[in-house]
Design a binder for this molecule. Structure first.
Ligand code: BGC
Length: 723
């Protein structure tokens, strides 16, 4: 409440005094509207419930007209005229779809991260939306988990930087502005650690892992001023997050200082019954409210259960009022009392939309990771006359949207086929899907393979459908679905016989375990889901118009059995030794990933040298500079990304092998050389001691810098921390 203007504080206090219990519970309720042909329908309810004050907030409402009408009913026809929060999952764009968060993370560019959020906020706000259920900040080291695609990947540090950028982007500098929307950091906390990567499953991790890995992005979001947080569906060691007072009131509110609104996940309050911790809606509502959840999303438990809970003395009026005040404060901070129609008042100009699509193309291009490029198979030669575009993702415009597409129509995306035809107007693009994404029909393979005989190069578009990652999309076999491997093998064989290159492109929301493809394709790209400009973005890279610069934000395993595989693992007392039997390794698979965190090639060839740190000895409060020389030894211009890791040589708690602390980028012409400087505030090296208290120990710290987390690729220098 500290952030409220005095007149707003008075306004909401007065409102609260005038509210009936039903009106209060309405403010603590968010119901789903689904847009139908004739207009919005509120699932199981009517607009009369807005009029009566029983519903104070909505989600899933699309279209400025519909939003305005619902807002009008709330403001002009309900007794107290309290405006609605209108929320939507604007995760990676609203009408203009950007790559999903995991793909966008591959840019390692906080400016771009903030910019796409800003543009998504503008577009959503123009549709009357005032809240997005984003950013999703769940660190994931679990490619089986479909929601990995929605988050920042495996690094808590990256999660922190992304959280800060996204909150800034969505909320802007002035939350009352007509193009700013409330951000909801989700899903608090450790959802990414679901057992065996299985969606909605239990989470059971150490307190250290919780604090070291999963909480930092949320801490960063809170510091950046995020106004709302959503607890995860999952339980943490048996306590569902929706009822976890220790996490919500304790860690989030008391320790991190979060003062905003806690909004439950979809139906999560009622699901406390299914979790087995509540007998009915009364108990479920009691547990959630006591834990500090302010808004019940769609379950109706607060509306139905809290009156009885009050009567039985399970909750108090003061507890309800506390939550109502928080919701009203958020509405005030959004400027909704001053002008409930500010968002959605002005349609966006065609120029703004065109500019946004340009941004989508730029970000789409930069999100794609070039994983392998044998003998510089890419970029494609300019004089190609015939290219075979094969695979079920080659002409699949709608799939390019990825897991959350809000208001984007399926045909508003550019397919690879369309993008290739536009980029290579003088070449013939021969196209065949060969197989469906997930079907069992192999009859199209032969005809697809025949295209190789007429082509000078093959672009093989494989991977997942958009709905195969995201929520409720865990996979036990995260490889190519359906008969795609059969198609790929047949194409690789025919292309090899004809000595033409096969450029394999993976569309996916997670690392796909395809070592066989990585070994045999001439080049392999992780395109993820590049968004609305997918085809143009990919063609920009394939033709060499732009040099690839994306880096994988998650370690790419070779086999499911290696999961979880991430760069921050501790070495143990018998570290991996491929030649020694009694070391931490598999007898039937290498420990090495298929591609390490940070891996990604460019069309330049970069060499790093002369890593140095200055000063070489410093106090914990100091910031040191880490310098490294970068030279482009290749024949094309390119952008190199350099990661700065540290390794503590000795610590009271066994240190992770690598900890990421910074990244930087540099673009160089062929033959050019420059020095990249990264700043390292030593306070960042603080770690949790045996008592879980943060401390920065004196001693030697190795600073490692390089193009990925592959130890062999890193340069090392030592720094003395003198406490
Ligand atoms: C998801 C959330 C989302 C909510 C509202 C839930 O199923 O877990 O991430 O924000 O639905 O659509």
């Amino acid at each position: 409440m500290r952030t409220l203007k005095p007149q707003d504080a008075r306004r909401i206090e007065t409102l609260l005094e005038r509210m009936t219990l039903t009106e209060k519970l309405g403010q603590l309720t968010m119901m789903s509207a689904s847009h139908s042909v004739t207009g919005p329908v509120i699932t199981g309810h009517s607009t009369g419930d807005i009029r009566s004050g029983r519903i104070g907030n909505l989600l899933n409402l699309i279209g400025a007209g519909a939003a305005r009408e619902m807002q009008r009913i709330a403001v002009e026809e309900s007794r107290l005229g309290v405006p609605l929060l209108i929320g939507l999952d604007v995760i990676h764009g609203h009408r203009t779809i950007f790559p999903p968060p995991l793909a966008e993370t591959a840019l390692f560019d906080p400016v771009a991260w903030a910019l796409t959020a800003r543009e998504a906020a503008r577009e959503a706000a123009a549709d009357g939306i005032n809240m997005t259920f984003a950013p999703m900040l769940d660190v994931s080291r679990e490619p089986r988990w479909g929601r990995t695609v929605e988050g920042p990947g495996e690094s808590p540090w990256v999660g922190r930087v992304l959280a800060e950028a996204k909150v800034r982007g969505f909320q802007g500098t002035d939350l009352t502005a007509g193009d700013s929307i409330a951000a909801v950091a989700k899903h608090f906390c450790a959802y990414g650690a679901v057992t065996a990567g299985r969606e909605y499953a239990s989470v059971d991790i150490s307190e250290r892992t919780l604090l070291e890995v999963h909480m930092p992005p949320f801490a960063a979001a809170v510091s950046a001023g995020v106004v709302a947080v959503m607890p995860a569906f999952t339980d943490l060691a048996g306590i569902p997050m929706t009822a976890h007072a220790g996490m919500l009131r304790g860690r989030l509110r008391r320790e991190l200082g979060f003062e905003g609104v806690l909004i439950s996940d979809y139906n999560a309050v009622a699901e406390l019954i299914q979790h087995g911790v509540a007998a009915d809606l009364i108990e479920a509502a009691t547990l959630a409210l006591r834990a500090g959840v302010d808004i019940d999303m769609v379950s109706g438990a607060y509306l139905e259960g809290l009156p009885a809970a009050l009567e039985r003395g399970l909750v108090s009026h003061a507890q309800i009022d506390e939550s109502v005040l928080r919701v009203l404060a958020l509405k005030a901070r959004l400027g909704l009392f001053e002008d409930p129609y500010r968002r959605g008042a002005t349609p966006e100009s065609a120029a703004a939309l065109a500019e946004r699509r340009r941004l989508a193309r730029d970000v789409g291009t930069r999100s794609i990771v070039l994983l392998t490029n044998r003998d510089d198979a890419l970029p494609l030669a300019g004089a190609l006359r015939r290219v075979a575009l094969i695979g079920p993702l080659g002409d699949a415009a709608a799939e390019m949207r990825g897991p959350w597409w809000c208001a984007a129509p399926p045909d508003a995306q550019v397919s690879v086929l369309a993008g290739m035809r536009a980029a290579l107007p003088h070449a013939e693009i021969l196209h065949a899907s060969g197989v469906d994404i997930a079907g069992a029909d192999e009859r199209g393979i032969a005809a697809a393979v025949q295209l190789c005989d007429r082509a000078e190069a093959v672009v093989l578009c494989l991977g997942e459908a958009a709905t195969m990652s995201g929520e409720a999309a865990s996979r036990a076999h995260p490889g190519l679905p359906g008969r795609q491997r059969q198609l790929a093998e047949a194409v690789l064989q025919r292309a090899a016989a004809r000595a033409i290159p096969v450029i394999a492109v993976l569309f996916c929301g997670r690392p796909l375990m395809v070592p066989w493809l990585a070994e045999r394709a001439s080049a392999l790209l992780a395109a993820w889901f590049p968004g609305c400009e997918a085809g143009h973005a990919l063609a920009d890279l394939l033709t060499g118009r732009i040099s690839p610069s994306g880096r994988t934000p998650i370690t790419w395993p070779r086999a499911v059995g290696q999961i979880p595989l991430y760069f921050g693992q501790r070495s143990g007392g018998r570290p991996t030794d491929p030649s020694g039997p009694f070391s931490s390794r598999y007898i039937d698979e290498s420990n090495a990933p298929l591609f390490p965190f940070g891996h990604g090639l460019t069309y330049g060839h970069f060499a790093l040298s002369r890593l140095r740190v200055t000063p070489e000895s410093a106090a914990p409060s100091a910031t040191v500079s880490v310098l490294v020389d970068v030279e482009n030894q290749g024949r094309r211009r390119g952008e190199e990304t350099v990661f700065l890791f540290t390794r503590r040589l000795k610590s009271r708690v066994a240190p992770p092998t690598l900890e990421l602390h910074a990244f930087g980028k540099i673009t160089l012409d062929p033959g050019a050389r420059a020095t990249l400087t990264l700043r390292l505030p030593l306070a960042q090296l603080s770690s949790l001691g045996p008592d879980l208290e943060p401390a920065l120990e004196s001693g030697t710290v190795e600073i490692l810098a390089g193009p990925s987390a592959d130890l062999a690729s890193l340069l090392t220098v030592r720094l003395q921390v003198v406490a």
